[in-house]
Design a protein around this ligand. Structure first.
Ligand code: GLN
Length: 242
């Protein structure tokens, strides 16, 4: 982190921002400010270059066509690789998650290259879309409470050997592979199918990213009653029969 200011980059809001994923940026910003940090937020549209100096990059979900355009532009831009090489943190949802992988199937039915920042590959599922509330247990080494979110995707994401599953579903589909995994991560790059916005439902993930960015083990506590009420409501919803 440079000059005591946390740089949060919201990638391509004009293409990737479904189901209120922009809320993820608001949660990161707010939780950083509550800890006394100065936050510089940069919203980078798809006709603008991605800065390489960000600390945390957030990417949302999107429909199939905007997803194709976003992946093309991010690959051409190349700066997200550089940022990750510099130690930046990336957190991506649904279409954004698929774009971070090696490839996905686009709206034209073609296999399209992703950024390869996560060792995952996405194919198009032939069955029903994965839709609904999800409850999952986050990978134990991350030490976080259960993951709650909402999914809506056709893609099925397979993990390669260097990607760890972010979580294992109790309810819902997650990666859709039938092995119970949901999302993927490695070092500082995180992908999930969870909307919600997911960081409003799981503020501890926002805190995990802040800790990584600040290189600290703990943060001052915050009043999380509002988040807890939302979590309780949505976790109950995930357990209702469809
Ligand atoms: N287009 C992708 C899919 O359906 C991602 C959808 C989304 O981001 N909600 O798999």
């Amino acid at each position: 982190m440079s000059d005591n200011s946390l740089r949060v980059v919201w990638v391509y809001p004009d293409l990737l921002s479904t189901y209120g994923d922009q809320g993820n940026v608001l949660v990161v910003e707010r939780r950083a400010r509550q800890r006394g940090l100065d936050v510089a937020r940069l919203d980078v549209r798809s006709d603008q270059p991605i800065p390489t100096s960000g600390d945390i990059y957030l990417i949302g979900g999107g429909e199939d066509r905007p997803q194709r355009l976003a992946a093309e532009r991010l690959l051409r831009d190349g700066h997200l690789f550089q940022a990750v090489n510099n130690g930046a943190i990336v957190f991506a949802v649904c279409a954004g998650y698929q774009i971070l992988g090696h490839e996905f199937v686009n709206d034209l039915g073609q296999r399209q290259p992703g950024l390869g920042l996560l060792d995952v590959t996405t194919v198009r599922g032939t069955g029903e879309r994965c839709v609904g509330d999800v409850l999952a247990d986050i990978d134990a080494p991350l030490g976080l409470p259960a993951l709650t979110g909402f999914e809506n995707h056709q893609g099925i994401t397979h993990l390669g050997p260097t990607a760890r599953p972010l979580a294992r579903v109790r309810f819902g589909k997650g990666n859709g592979t039938g092995d119970g995994t949901e999302g993927a991560y490695n070092d500082t790059v995180f992908g999930t199918y969870m909307h919600g916005p997911v960081l409003a439902r799981n503020p501890q993930i926002a805190d995990l990213m802040l800790k990584l960015a600040l290189d600290v083990n703990a943060l001052p506590p915050t009043d999380d009653r509002w988040y807890e009420a939302l979590r309780t409501e949505r976790i109950a919803a995930a357990q209702q029969p469809a």
